[in-house]
Design a protein around this ligand. Structure first.
Ligand SMILES: *[C@@H]1O[C@H](CO)[C@@H](O)[C@H](O)[C@H]1NC(C)=O
Ligand SMILES: *[C@@H]1O[C@H](CO)[C@@H](O)[C@H](O)[C@H]1NC(C)=O
Ligand SMILES: *[C@@H]1O[C@H](CO)[C@@H](O)[C@H](O)[C@H]1NC(C)=O
Ligand SMILES: *[C@@H]1O[C@H](CO)[C@@H](O)[C@H](O)[C@H]1NC(C)=O
Ligand SMILES: *[C@@H]1O[C@H](CO)[C@@H](O)[C@H](O)[C@H]1NC(C)=O
Ligand SMILES: *[C@@H]1O[C@H](CO)[C@@H](O)[C@H](O)[C@H]1NC(C)=O
Ligand SMILES: *[C@@H]1O[C@H](CO)[C@@H](O)[C@H](O)[C@H]1NC(C)=O
Ligand SMILES: *[C@@H]1O[C@H](CO)[C@@H](O)[C@H](O)[C@H]1NC(C)=O
Ligand SMILES: *[C@@H]1O[C@H](CO)[C@@H](O)[C@H](O)[C@H]1NC(C)=O
Ligand SMILES: *[C@@H]1O[C@H](CO)[C@@H](O)[C@H](O)[C@H]1NC(C)=O
Length: 405
């Protein structure tokens, strides 16, 4: 961010004028982790009014040296929870600027955990230095982001020590190494390391205990309100799009993914990262456990669209695909019609990798892609070949598939 010298001299010039009020928006209806604007210039006597939007933020005074910690004797708004469905009467908190020294602020939600809002750059300054100066806003924000990166790295190290928060107990999750895909020829990256956290959630008048997996970069485990946040995902479209839109979202526990089916005849079917175009199966029993909307045929001139809702229960990634095939037998999934919730973007199991894997395993170039046989992958969606796949080596699988097709 650039602050010109002109802005400074202007601030100096107007210092004798009547005190003014400077408005700062904290968070937003989209759940942004921002103060807007993120830096302001104020004269002695001016008031800075923080207005708190959705989620549960603070404005807490820190120092340039320790951007994500309450400074000794610093001011603190306290937590300002705002429900996702609140549209007005947002709470405010006001400070009066006492001198012209820089003031540094951060949001202490998720303090000292990988979910730290400050660590994700949610910081704010009054009267900071210009860009290039040691006390510039850029330097302050970069120092906060560095703390966030460190917190994420130590969370990935997933030591069994150090629970994420005082109210939560964390243990490390087992994760397997790189493997070969259950079908086709592809290498599957290891799962990102997460931790299982048990926490007591309070939202509005409701309190409940929840256990969830938390990953580096996971969204907040704490819902912003007892009322679920509904995330609409449009499936297909009037122009025959083979898409989920948006294709990947971040959701907190208790949120609802509402698939809205548009033209054509699609499904929203749960899979796994490693087998993007097969229904999710229990690793031990091999039974299909993945959620499935079933086929949702929607006419070309439809104006009402059926929905299928999935409640998000933790912050672990969820993977979905459409199990329809085109009349030529090519698979919608292989054409990239996939969707993810909470994919860990800075890991090899990111959404781009998931979509690419669907293409390489079920796309038109895939070996063993169901071609010319629309019925092989339809019906209830669990092709007979799938049950064998876990137990068979790749060579044996190819042989088995040849028999089945
Ligand atoms: C707001 O966040 C704080 C700290 O995480 C938590 O203690 C508090 O319960 C939250 N309030 C609501 C209403 O979610
Ligand atoms: C928000 O949701 C809560 C819980 O469902 C409800 O009690 C409250 O009335 C809602 N508020 C608004 C403004 O709709
Ligand atoms: C939707 O697709 C499924 C699977 O291909 C098929 O069985 C069903 O008949 C289709 N429904 C309509 C109305 O086209
Ligand atoms: C939708 O279009 C079809 C074919 O064009 C037509 O037969 C049908 O009556 C239309 N339905 C409505 C509700 O307009
Ligand atoms: C899914 O949720 C939306 C929004 O809450 C609601 O309008 C819709 O009726 C729900 N659909 C189903 C099938 O329950
Ligand atoms: C979350 O839990 C509810 C209730 O047990 C269940 O209906 C829903 O399918 C679960 N969601 C997922 C993504 O598994
Ligand atoms: C996303 O996944 C792809 C494929 O595994 C990988 O090349 C890329 O580096 C990943 N992105 C990040 C940020 O890790
Ligand atoms: C993931 O979703 C975001 C937001 O909709 C979008 O900008 C991005 O392109 C998506 N990623 C991929 C690989 O499609
Ligand atoms: C299929 O393979 C050809 C040749 O290697 C390549 O150019 C094309 O991009 C591939 N298509 C897909 C969908 O992977
Ligand atoms: C993806 O490919 C596998 C192996 O050929 C097949 O069993 C499965 O049905 C395909 N999935 C879809 C949705 O086409």
């Amino acid at each position: 961010m650039f602050f010109s010298a002109a802005a400074f001299s202007l601030a100096a010039l107007v210092s004798s004028v009547a005190a003014k009020t400077i408005e700062v928006q904290v968070g937003s209806a989209n759940g942004d982790l921002t103060y807007s604007p993120e830096a302001v210039f104020a004269d002695v006597g001016d008031q800075v009014v923080f207005t708190f939007h959705q989620k549960n933020h603070t404005a807490t005074q820190s120092s340039l040296a320790a951007p994500c910690s309450l400074v000794d004797g610093g001011q603190d708004s306290g937590f300002m929870p705002v429900a996702a469905n609140q549209t007005d009467d947002f709470p405010t908190w006001t400070i009066t600027v006492q001198d012209t020294k820089p003031l540094w602020f951060f949001c202490r939600q998720g303090e000292n955990t990988a979910a730290s809002h400050c660590g994700k750059g949610m910081v704010f300054a009054v009267n900071c230095g210009q860009d290039g100066a040691p006390n510039s806003f850029t330097n302050f924000k970069n120092a906060a982001l560095a703390i966030g990166a460190e917190l994420q790295a130590s969370a990935s190290a997933a030591s069994s020590a150090a629970p994420a928060t005082s109210a939560a107990a964390a243990t490390s999750i087992d994760y397997s190494g790189w493997t070969t895909a259950a079908y086709g020829t592809a290498t599957i990256p290891a799962e990102p390391t997460g931790s299982i956290v048990t926490d007591t959630i309070t939202a509005g008048s409701a309190t409940w205990t929840t256990t969830y997996s938390s990953y580096p970069g996971s969204p907040d485990p704490t819902p912003s309100s007892a009322a679920p946040n509904v995330i609409k995902v449009v499936v297909g479209g009037a122009n025959g799009e083979l898409t989920f839109s948006p294709s990947n979202v971040s959701a907190s526990p208790n949120d609802i993914i509402s698939f809205e089916f548009h033209q054509k005849n699609h499904t929203a079917t749960q899979s796994s990262f490693a087998a993007p175009c097969l229904r999710l199966k229990d690793a031990t029993t091999g039974n299909v456990i993945g959620l499935d909307s079933g086929f949702m045929p929607v006419g070309a001139n439809a104006t009402e669209f059926p929905t299928y809702n999935v409640t998000v229960n933790d912050t672990a990634p969820l993977w979905f695909y459409c199990r329809q095939h085109a009349p030529d037998g090519s698979s919608h999934c292989g054409a990239g019609m996939v969707f993810a919730v909470n994919a860990v973007e800075d890991s090899p199991r990111n959404f781009t990798a998931f979509k690419a894997l669907a293409g390489s395993l079920n796309g038109t170039n895939a070996t063993g892609a169901s071609s010319g046989s629309p019925s092989s992958g339809s019906g209830n969606g669990a092709p007979a070949g799938a049950a064998f796949s876990a137990a068979l080596s790749l060579g044996a699988l190819v042989a088995a598939a040849a028999i089945l097709l």
